[in-house]
Design a protein around this ligand. Structure first.
Ligand SMILES: Nc1ncnc2c1ncn2[C@@H]1O[C@H](COP(=O)(O)OP(=O)(O)OP(=O)(O)O)[C@@H](O)[C@H]1O
Ligand SMILES: [Mg+2]
Length: 360
């Protein structure tokens, strides 16, 4: 057992998200050998917790296959050079917008379940309900009667604290105004609330902050996409042509302001009757999300069927994906979360490669 052989073994392991080997990624930082003890230092593209267990398993399995008596310790840390999210959100690693051109396609539902699925996999997650006209997250997270704790900072600025449920920190305009009041807010007042929500919430350290955007491609969406250093956006659609037209506008908006589109999600893809589980009904048409994704050469992140349990979860303040009996319907949300993180990791890996080649 020697360092060179172990390094070459470990270099051949694939990063499951990035499709490259640890060797290609420069992830095998060093290997120490002392008798039958091996200590491996890896540097991986974050988020760390997402990938650490898997790599720990793969590395140990491969070393044991070659050296059954080895005592192995794998130490994983984040590779440097991840893009910074800047001044406004220094303690947040990835900012992801959930958007759509059209209203009512299930953005808020997807955002709520995505946040919950990420938190369940061990990420620290915030959810910012940026829909100041019709905030949904207080209801979807069972916080409709909660207020937001706020105080004055030593500099005299008002700062607010998110409320927390299911391991997700949630901030919403719904916490600072009466129900039904949002619709009548106009102009400067609205802008003021929005700025407060975006800039004056104390989130603490987060792996992900998910923005639930209001529908459309108007002023608020533009302001947000320009002012916030988004890691990327996911675009939610339903399969029918009338929704797809709006999705195209949405993707074009993100392209224009240089925000990476992480992919398209198709919601309400089909209906499976509970009493006829072998049947699938394509109520809104078939394949629209996939089609629009390939049209714009962005990833298709998956589909979620229309199911009463999703709607019930949303109305009763419980993100459905957390239900231990959520089964294959829950898997569709978990798979989405997996693919979103994969795209975030790919984007970071590309950005790192670009930085490294500039340095050279
Ligand atoms: N896959 C689904 N199955 C069943 N019901 C769903 C599904 N997705 C969303 N819904 C329901 O559809 C309605 C609209 O969803 P949601 O509020 O998430 O859409 P939205 O795009 O955020 O709307 P808005 O444009 O108003 O912000 C909600 O009642 C929600 O519970
Ligand atoms: Mg919504």
């Amino acid at each position: 057992m020697n360092q060179e052989h172990l390094t070459s073994l470990l270099s051949s392991i694939q990063d499951p998200d990035l499709g490259s080997t640890l060797g290609q990624l420069g992830a095998v930082h060093s290997v120490e050998v002392n008798g039958n003890k091996v200590r491996v230092f890896l540097e991986v593209v974050p988020p760390l917790h997402w990938i650490a267990k898997r790599l720990d398993h793969d590395c140990k399995a491969l070393i044991h296959a070659n050296y059954p008596n080895a005592e192995i310790e794998i130490l994983v840390r984040e590779a440097e050079g991840a893009p910074s999210t800047g001044r406004v959100f220094p303690s947040i690693k990835h900012l992801i917008a959930v958007s759509s051109g059209k209203g009512g396609v299930g953005k808020s539902t997807v955002a709520a379940n995505l946040a919950a699925a990420l938190a369940q996999r061990g990420a620290s997650v915030g959810l910012l309900d940026a829909d100041i006209y019709g905030p949904s997250q207080p209801t979807m997270y069972g916080m409709a009667d909660q207020q937001m704790r706020a105080e004055k900072s030593p500099e005299g600025k008002v700062i607010g604290y998110p409320n927390e449920a299911y391991g997700v920190k949630v901030a919403s305009i719904g916490f600072v105004m009466q129900r039904d009041q949002a619709a009548i807010l106009r102009g400067p007042m609205l802008a003021g609330y929005f700025t407060m929500l975006v800039e004056q919430i104390v989130w603490g350290e987060l792996d992900f902050l998910i923005f639930d955007l209001p529908p459309g491609t108007g002023d608020i969406q533009l302001t947000l996409t320009q002012r916030i250093p988004l890691t990327g956006a996911v675009v939610v659609t339903t399969p029918q042509e009338i929704a797809l037209a709006d999705v195209r506008r949405s993707i074009q908006m993100f392209n224009k302001v240089n925000v990476k589109v992480l992919g398209v999600i198709e919601n309400m893809s089909h209906f499976i009757p509970p009493d006829l589980p072998d049947r699938k009904y394509y109520i809104f048409g078939q394949g629209g999300g996939q089609q629009v994704a390939s049209e714009y050469k962005v990833p298709f992140l998956g589909e979620v069927p229309i199911d009463v349990r999703v709607r019930e979860g949303a109305d009763s303040g419980f993100p459905f994906v957390l239900d231990p009996e959520s089964g294959s319907l829950g898997d569709s949300f978990r798979d989405l979360a997996q693919r979103v993180v994969q795209q975030v990791r790919i984007a970071q890996s590309d950005a790192r490669t670009a930085t490294i080649s500039i340095e050279i």
